[in-house]
Write a protein that binds this ligand. Structure first.
Ligand SMILES: [Zn+2]
Length: 291
């Protein structure tokens, strides 16, 4: 059940409830950020965890792109996902370069601060919606719930639970998404939230059980499992995308690479993949594009 969203309806189809054990996904992405400070790992892990569960709500060619800006507007976290459960996320350059002695001392709440914002683009290429909200809870999961309540007028509860081990690897990570369907009494969302918060162990061990419907019925009324969908890390970068990077080198630098028959390696900041450009390819670029 790892990296699989379980989609259910509870309370006689009044609430849709999705949950996922995404430990594998979060570990895979955080391994690419090995050198990163723990608080940044937590911020990135929580953001990706939430975005991964939201991917379960997307249809066909829809996708979401989330940009989270901290109170210090230089610091940003990005994550996106599509309906197939392809998820990626990364810290911007300024966060990666931020001084360790500062980051070691602060909490997630003080990193986000009082002026944090969430910008979410949702939809397909032809039909896109952008919403921006503040981050009053300063903990990411409740802030994204707040985003849904504000921008989609839907009572929503999102939880993301991450525990780190001694060596900074993720022991477990799971996320939960609950949303009221039209006609449901608004207070039902608080009941779901309360049950999730008072049964944390239950939700951590849930993924190992074979009869999900029976197991969930121990906590919620009228449970119906609708189906399962995968989540996985997928960057989507290609060598072509990095030709643009070469334009940032000066003409002198490029000429030197060609004359000395050297090569240029560029590295994708999101997935860590390295793209190698040999001097022939750079020669072609110079000829073709008149740098
Ligand atoms: Zn990549």
């Amino acid at each position: 059940m790892e990296n699989t969203i379980v989609k259910t309806l509870i309370y006689d189809k009044q609430v849709r409830l999705f949950f996922v054990d995404n430990t594998k996904l979060i570990n895979e992405i955080l391994r690419l950020n090995k050198e990163t400070n723990k608080i940044l790992k937590l911020a990135l892990g929580k953001t990706i965890s939430v975005v991964s569960i939201i991917s379960g709500t997307l249809k066909e060619n829809q996708r979401i792109s989330l940009q989270m800006t901290m109170s210090n507007p230089k610091y940003k976290i990005f994550a996106d996902a599509d309906a197939k459960g392809n998820v990626r996320g990364y810290l911007n350059e300024e966060l990666l370069k931020s001084p360790d002695d500062y980051m070691d001392k602060i909490s997630l709440a003080s990193l986000i601060g009082h002026k944090g914002t969430i910008q979410m683009i949702k939809g397909s290429v032809m039909n896109q919606f952008t919403g921006i909200t503040d981050m009053p809870y300063q903990n990411i999961a409740d802030d994204i719930s707040h985003y849904f309540i504000q921008s989609e007028q839907a009572q929503t509860y999102i939880g993301a639970n991450i525990r780190f081990g001694n060596n900074n690897c993720v022991l477990f990570s799971n996320a939960i998404f609950a949303q009221l369907l039209p006609g449901a009494p608004p207070e039902l969302i608080y009941e779901v939230e309360h049950k999730v918060n008072t049964n944390r162990e239950f939700f951590t061990s849930l993924y190992k059980c074979s009869n999900m419907e029976e197991k969930l019925s121990e906590v919620f009324k009228d449970v119906k499992v609708l189906g399962y969908s995968p989540v996985q890390f997928f960057c989507g970068c290609s060598k072509e995308m990095f030709y643009g990077m070469l334009h940032s080198l000066s003409e002198n630098e490029l000429t030197q690479v060609i004359n000395n028959k050297e090569a240029v390696d560029t590295c994708c900041q999101i997935c860590g993949r390295t793209y190698h450009f040999n001097f022939n390819e750079i020669q072609g670029l110079v000829n073709g594009n008149h740098i």
